[in-house]
Design a protein around this ligand. Structure first.
Ligand code: HEC
Ligand code: HEC
Length: 397
C-alpha cells in the first residue's frame, strides 16, 4: 500500500457491471487500472494575477476602446469565481478526475465525460457533433472546458448558470450518457471498488452520493484553469514575445473596426458577463451572455432565443475546432471569412455587426490581415494546460 502509487485494479465486480448493465453494447474494461498518486496532486482554482486587475482587463479590451467594467466593479477575485461552485480541494478534484474519465458513469459503460472532452484538444473533441452512449449524435458541438468556473452561463444556449448545476445533465441526458437517475448512479458506483475510499478521502464518508459526485466533478472542472498562453506571457513582457504577424493580428482583434474584443472580452475572451451590461449578466437577464452573429438568414437552432448563442471563450481556440454551436466551420480561416464577408442579415443580428445602412458589416481584410488575425488567435493556446498531468486520464489501459 505504501509504494508511490495507489494502484487499484478494476475488479471483477466492475466487469460484472459492464456486462449486466449494458443493453446492446458491452464494453469490457477488464484491463484498465486506476493510477492515482498516493498523495493527490495539488489542485487550485486560482487564476493568474493578470486576470484579476481591472487595468489588465481594460488592456484586454483594447486600451479603452470598449470597457465593460463599471467603476464600482471591486472584488474582482470574488466575482471571477462563480460563488455557486464548490471550493476546490485536492481530494475532491482528485475524485472528480476519476469520475470524469470513468465510462462507468454511463448506462452501458461506454462513454465518459472525457469521450467528448479530450485534454489535448482543450477538452473539446474535434468533431462537428459527438457520439453518446448508444451511438446517438449530440445536436450541438462539444465545448472546450476552460476556466468554466468563471462562467455564469453554460452550454451554447446558456441554459445553466454554474458548473455545479450542470454535471448531472450529461450523465442523465439520453444522448450523452443515459443514466436513468442519479440514484441509479449512486448504487452503481458504490459497488465499484475504488469509489468508497475516494469518497471517504474527499468527503469523510465512504457513501457514494449524487451530491458528492457533482461536487467532485465541479471541483475538478474548477481546477481546470488555463492562463499561461503566449498571450498571457505577453502580458508581462509588453508582447515582445510576439512576432510581427501576431502583433498585427492583435491590433486587428482589439480594433474598433473588427470589434472582436468587444464581444470576446475580458480575461476569458468571452461574453462580458456583467449585470446591467449589454449582453446581460450572471444568467439573470435575457441575453445571457449571448448574441446573434448572422450565421444564417433563418436560424435552424434558436439557441438562447432568436438565434443568439453564448459568446464563447477564445482561449485555446486553435485546438477546439470545428467551430460555432453547430461546428459548421472546419477552420479558423473559415471563421475569419465569416466575419470578413459572410455575415447574413438575420433580423436579430447584433448591432455591432450591422452597418449604418442596415446591412451586415464587411471587414474587407486583405490576405495578410486575415493571416495575422489567425496567427493572433493561435497565441491563445496554452500548452501547459493541455499537457498538465493533473488533468490527464488516471486510468491506464
Ligand atoms: C456525448 C458527448 C458528451 C459527453 C459524454 C459529455 N459532454 Fe459535456 N458537452 C457536450 C456537448 C455537445 C456540449 C454542448 C451542449 C450544448 O450546448 O447544448 C457540452 C458542454 C459541456 C459543458 C459546458 C461548457 C461551457 O463552457 O458552457 C461542460 C462544463 C461539460 N460539457 C462538462 C461535461 C461533463 C462533466 C461530462 C461528464 C459528466 C460531460 N460534459 C459529458 C458533449 C458531451
Ligand atoms: C457581436 C459579438 C461578436 C463579435 C463582434 C465577434 N464575435 Fe466571435 N462569436 C460570437 C458568438 C455569439 C459566437 C458563437 C456563435 C454561434 O455558435 O452561433 C462567436 C464565435 C466565434 C468563434 C468560434 C468559437 C467556437 O468555440 O466555436 C471564433 C473563433 C470567433 N467567434 C472569433 C471572432 C473574431 C476573430 C472576431 C472579430 C473578427 C469575432 N469573433 C467577433 C460573438 C462575436
Amino acid at each position: 500500500m505504501k509504494n508511490n502509487f495507489l494502484i487499484v485494479m478494476l475488479s471483477l465486480a466492475a466487469l460484472f457491471f459492464a456486462v449486466s448493465s449494458c443493453q446492446e453494447d458491452p464494453v469490457v474494461l477488464s484491463t484498465a487500472k486506476l493510477i492515482l498518486p498516493e498523495i493527490p496532486y495539488s489542485y487550485s482554482d486560482e487564476f493568474p494575477a493578470h486576470f484579476e486587475t481591472i487595468e489588465n482587463l481594460q488592456l484586454f479590451n483594447g486600451d479603452g476602446n470598449t470597457i465593460f467594467l463599471p467603476d464600482d466593479f471591486g472584488g474582482r477575485v470574488d466575482r471571477l469565481r462563480n460563488s455557486r461552485n464548490p471550493e476546490v480541494t485536492d481530494q475532491g478534484a482528485a475524485l472528480g478526475r476519476v469520475l470524469f474519465y470513468d465510462p462507468q458513469l454511463s448506462i452501458n459503460n461506454s462513454v465518459a465525460c472525457a469521450s467528448c472532452h479530450h485534454q489535448q484538444l482543450a477538452f473539446s473533441d474535434g468533431k462537428q457533433f459527438s457520439t453518446g452512449f448508444g451511438g446517438k449524435i449530440t445536436p450541438r458541438n462539444s465545448m472546450a472546458l476552460i476556466n468554466t468556473s468563471i462562467n455564469r452561463n453554460l452550454f451554447w444556449d446558456s441554459r445553466i448558470q454554474s458548473v455545479a448545476e450542470l454535471i448531472s445533465e450529461p450523465i442523465q441526458n439520453h444522448i450523452e450518457m443515459g443514466m436513468e437517475s442519479m440514484v441509479d448512479l449512486e448504487k452503481k458506483l458504490s459497488k465499484v471498488p475504488y469509489y468508497p475510499s475516494l469518497f471517504e478521502e474527499a468527503y469523510g464518508s465512504p457513501s457514494v452520493t449524487s451530491e458528492g459526485i457533482t461536487t467532485a466533478v465541479a471541483q475538478f472542472l474548477g481546477a481546470m484553469v488555463s492562463g499561461n498562453s503566449k498571450f498571457d506571457k505577453g502580458m508581462t513582457t509588453d508582447f515582445e514575445n510576439f512576432t510581427e504577424l501576431e502583433k498585427m493580428g492583435k491590433a486587428i482583434f482589439f480594433s474598433e473596426e473588427a470589434k472582436c474584443s468587444s464581444c470576446h472580452a475580458g480575461a476569458n475572451f468571452s461574453a462580458p458577463d456583467l449585470p446591467g451590461g449589454e449582453y446581460g449578466g450572471f444568467g439573470t437577464e435575457d441575453r445571457k451572455g449571448g448574441t446573434n452573429i448572422g450565421l444564417d438568414l433563418v436560424s435552424k437552432d434558436n439557441g438562447i432565443a432568436n438565434g443568439q448563442f453564448r459568446i464563447p471563450s477564445l482561449r485555446n481556440i486553435a485546438l477546439t475546432g470545428p467551430y460555432m454551436h453547430d461546428g459548421r466551420f472546419a477552420s479558423l480561416a473559415e471563421v475569419v471569412e465569416h466575419y470578413n464577408s459572410g455575415i447574413k442579415s438575420h433580423p436579430e443580428l447584433d448591432d455591432k455587426l450591422t452597418s449604418p445602412t442596415g446591412s451586415p458589416i464587411r471587414l474587407e481584410l486583405d490576405a495578410l490581415e486575415k493571416q495575422a488575425l489567425i496567427a493572433f488567435l493561435h497565441t491563445l493556446t496554452d500548452e501547459e494546460f493541455i499537457t498538465d498531468p493533473r488533468f490527464s486520464n488516471p486510468f491506464e489501459n
